[in-house]
Design a protein. Structure first.
Length: 336
């Protein structure tokens, strides 16, 4: 199942709400988020926002962000008790976070509070019914042990300083997982996620992902992970349809030494140390290939056996003359 990305419409610091426009956007299948950057803007309108929260599902949400030089007072949330989608983003500080316990309808939550003081925030009971959660902790070490209680969670983006990462393995309905700036902690918990289809590993540091065994993951992204140099277990991802590797300067080789019957799209960007990409004949359904800013020699690469399904090839060194010649060669070979 491919993840559906909805268009997000942001209404910033409104003094009036155009209900007709909001409802039209929601009926069209978009997300609508009313956002506030300072208490001066939400002082008189939050009760009206809450009426819309009560009427609509989690495609209608509220966001509090910035509040520069101020600590966001989470008691403000008591004025929108029907909120189902809530973003507390790009905030330096926040206090009274226990107010989240009063939000009985919450289904989607994003917490980006730089100086998050409550490392046990996931223990708040009302969060255990969340369907989506995005939480990054930069200062405090966030305790993830409470994930044992999150039986409805399908999408999780978690990062920063964390402990008890293995508790992610209890999220049996998880479909989407993004691990952000989590360094070196082993990833055995992923092997227990039988419904996981989307995995993103972003930033942080680790040398490989050998802990991940056979799985149902369809989309894998590895981006700017410090020290990452070994992708030899890629054929354990037999359900993989889309693979994205970006900004991995220590990765020297990618080899498909076993058939991967599902892979349709392969994108490799800014992996300046990558010299070899082999086994392309093992990808019978591959239709789109992007190789940008690597050390792969185009002439050597293009003369290996390529899958018959391949129709779109983008290969760029970001050297003007070389790239013009490569484009001419690809066009002559019939690639888009």
């Amino acid at each position: 199942m491919r993840k559906i990305w909805k268009k997000r419409i942001l209404i910033n610091n409104p003094t009036l709400l155009d209900r007709n426009l909001i409802e039209r956007d929601l009926h069209d299948g978009n997300q609508v988020i009313i956002q506030f950057s300072h208490p001066d803007f939400y002082g008189s309108i939050l009760e009206e926002v809450d009426e819309l929260c009560a009427r609509w599902d989690e495609d209608f949400g509220v966001r509090f962000y910035a509040h520069y030089s101020l600590s966001f007072d989470c008691h403000t949330l008591l004025r929108i008790p029907h909120v189902k989608m809530l973003h507390l983003d790009s905030l330096t500080q926040a206090h009274n976070t226990e107010a989240l316990a009063k939000l009985d309808h919450l289904r989607s939550l994003s917490i980006g509070i730089y100086e998050l003081e409550n490392s046990e925030i996931l223990g708040i009971d009302t969060l255990h019914s969340l369907n989506k959660l995005n939480i990054i902790s930069d200062k405090k070490t966030l305790n993830l042990q409470y994930f044992k209680e999150f039986s409805d969670l399908e999408e999780l983006h978690v990062g920063g300083k964390v402990k008890n990462l293995d508790a992610i393995g209890y999220l049996e309905n998880l479909n989407y997982l993004a691990l952000h700036s989590i360094s070196k902690l082993p990833l055995h918990c992923i092997n227990r996620l039988r419904k996981l289809e989307h995995l993103r590993i972003l930033l942080g540091g680790r040398e490989h992902i050998h802990e991940i065994e056979e799985n149902t993951i369809e989309n894998l992204e590895i981006t700017r992970v410090r020290g990452f140099h070994d992708l030899t277990n890629i054929t354990a991802f037999q359900a993989l349809k889309r693979l994205v590797i970006e900004d991995q300067i220590q990765l020297k080789e990618i080899s498909f030494n076993q058939e991967m019957k599902a892979l349709e799209e392969l994108s490799i960007r800014n992996c300046k140390g990558l010299t070899r990409l082999t086994g392309m004949e093992q990808l019978p359904l591959l239709h789109t290939l992007r190789i940008l800013k690597t050390a792969i020699d185009f002439d050597s690469f293009i003369h290996q056996k390529l899958p018959n399904s391949l129709s779109t090839v983008e290969f760029a060194t970001f050297k003007s003359k070389a790239d013009r010649e490569i484009q001419q060669s690809l066009a002559a070979l019939g690639f888009q």
